[in-house]
Design a protein around this ligand. Structure first.
Ligand code: AHR
Length: 499
């Protein structure tokens, strides 16, 4: 099968915000405890942070991490996690029915994030918490000195403020499962006032208001309209969340869920535009897709487990083992974010370690890369600069979630004179002959071609076989007369850099 594509040097979509490749870590399961933090682990440093996990995080070169939740944040008191560790209370975490020891709090996490080279995106509790808690938290974190909260931070050994610029106004407040769930009007007002208070503290703060927990929520998209109506002029981003699965074991339909995600982004963008026009507002609101990933392999098993257990500490939870099919899907989803980078400025893979994560770490044992680590890393390393329009013609398919889905999924970026293409051949059996016209470029070299291919769709990595699904150098691509030409095997992922 043949696919023709054209790129033009001047036909760009948008500047890609580096924060498109951010991540999320929540206090739940083994994400924090025995994930990033495990005193006594052979690789732990003096503060108890695992260096093996830290290295895998650093290698991703991602810019920012959202913390501390998730559902957890909606009943979390940040004050439980400050001061001498021995005085910190053990609390019940109502979201995940587990015990929270508070041995990691904002100062420990901030230290870890700095070691990992990550900026923090902090979420405030607008479930059981209120505006006052949020502003005190922000003052503790961001104010230099001379006030009760800033001096308290300094008394905890942190002289300089963290200057956190991105703040989430609660989490999934549309979800009836959320502690302190609210209706759209109620939440919109609270978000508006909280955002004003945070920006009053520091006008350079950017706030992220909760959109829907997914486009399948009964209140979507009315939730977005009502919430933005209440707070548009005082917020900078609206969040989108979506998790994906292949319960029907239909790979082509699974892969096409990224097209449906494009419709979700489009619809929320339209509500943003509508609200801006209605309010005659001058400011722009962008999208922060701050939770996305594959989550289905053991979801019902985990749901049942949580209902029955007796408040365990750092239990195994949501430890999805990802396969090659999931890696192809993640490649397609990241392509969709690149294509929508005019509206989506921040996106966070959910999550980063152990819990629905690209990195797994056994308690007392090794850490390793899951299959989805690879497309996420390639996008983070090379999907920078500007997103380019790609005009393609080639074979397509219809499925339950979308029609006319191209078998070959392509996104392209340009960073100075280097072009990167991320290409996924979703066809189960056919090789694609690719011909990309590079209009306006004088590219003559393939600098890098890494691919994931030749695996069973259900192949996975593990602590004992960590590299079973890992990239290899691609062989069948070259440049002739300003055309990139080559053959892409069925069910394969490619990161291609040319200059
Ligand atoms: O990431 C796991 C959970 O998924 C988060 O806590 C919540 O925000 C979402 O429902």
């Amino acid at each position: 099968m043949q696919v023709k594509a054209t790129l033009h040097r001047d036909f760009t979509i948008a500047d890609i915000d580096d924060r498109l490749y951010s991540a999320f870590i929540e206090h739940m399961g083994r994400a924090i405890y025995t994930g990033i933090y495990e005193p006594g682990h052979p690789s732990a440093d003096a503060r108890g942070f695992r260096q093996d996990v830290l290295e895998l995080v650093r290698d991703l070169k991602i810019p920012a991490v959202r913390y501390p939740g998730g559902n957890f944040v909606s009943a979390y008191d940040w004050k439980d996690g400050i001061g001498p560790k021995e005085n910190r209370p053990v609390r019940l975490d109502l979201a995940w029915r587990s015990k929270e020891t508070n041995q990691v709090g904002i100062n420990e996490f901030a230290w870890w994030a700095e070691q990992a080279g990550l900026e923090m995106i902090l979420a405030v509790n607008l479930g059981s918490g209120n505006l006052q808690d949020a502003r005190e938290f922000a003052e503790y974190v961001n104010h230099a000195s001379g006030t009760y909260w800033s001096d308290l931070r300094r008394s905890h050994g942190v002289e300089d403020p963290y200057n956190v610029k991105m703040w989430c106004l609660g989490n999934e407040m549309d979800g009836p499962w959320q502690i302190g769930h609210k209706d759209a009007r109620e939440y919109g007002r609270l978000a508006d006032e909280t955002s004003k208070a945070l920006k009053g503290l520091d006008p350079s703060i950017e706030t992220i208001v909760c959109g829907s927990s997914s486009d399948e929520m009964p209140t979507y998209p009315e939730w977005e309209r009502e919430v933005l109506d209440a707070c548009y002029e005082n917020v900078d981003y609206i969040s989108l969340h979506k998790y994906f699965g292949n319960n029907s074991n239909n790979s082509l339909n699974f892969f096409a869920k990224t097209e449906a995600t494009g419709r979700y982004i489009q619809a929320v963008s339209s509500i943003i535009d509508f609200t801006k026009a209605k309010k005659r507002a001058r400011n722009d609101v962008y999208i922060c897709f701050d939770e996305w990933n594959v989550w289905y392999h053991r979801r019902s098993e985990d749901d049942a487990k949580i209902r029955q257990w007796d408040w365990p500490e750092a239990p195994e939870l949501l430890e999805e083992t990802y396969n090659f099919e999931d890696a192809l899907f993640v490649g397609c989803l990241l392509n969709e974010f690149i294509r929508r980078s005019d509206r989506v400025k921040i996106a966070c893979i959910a999550q980063l370690v152990n819990v629905i994560a690209p990195i797994r770490a056994d308690k007392g044992g090794p850490a390793w890369r899951q299959t989805i680590y690879w497309p996420y890393q390639f996008a983070s390393l090379y999907g920078r600069g500007q997103a380019l329009q790609v005009v393609t013609s080639g074979p397509t398919y219809d499925c339950e979630v979308a029609d006319d889905v191209p078998y070959l999924d392509i996104a392209a970026t340009r960073d100075k004179d280097t072009i990167t293409l991320f290409v996924i051949n979703r066809h189960p059996t056919e090789t694609m002959d690719l011909d990309v016209a590079l209009t306006g470029y004088t590219a003559d070299r393939v600098l890098l071609h890494q691919c994931l291919e030749g695996h069973d769709l259900k192949a996975t990595n593990s602590g004992t076989t960590p590299d079973k699904v890992s990239p290899s150098a691609g062989k069948h691509l070259g440049i002739e007369d300003e055309h990139l030409k080559g053959r892409l095997n069925p069910l394969s992922y490619h990161a291609i850099r040319i200059a």
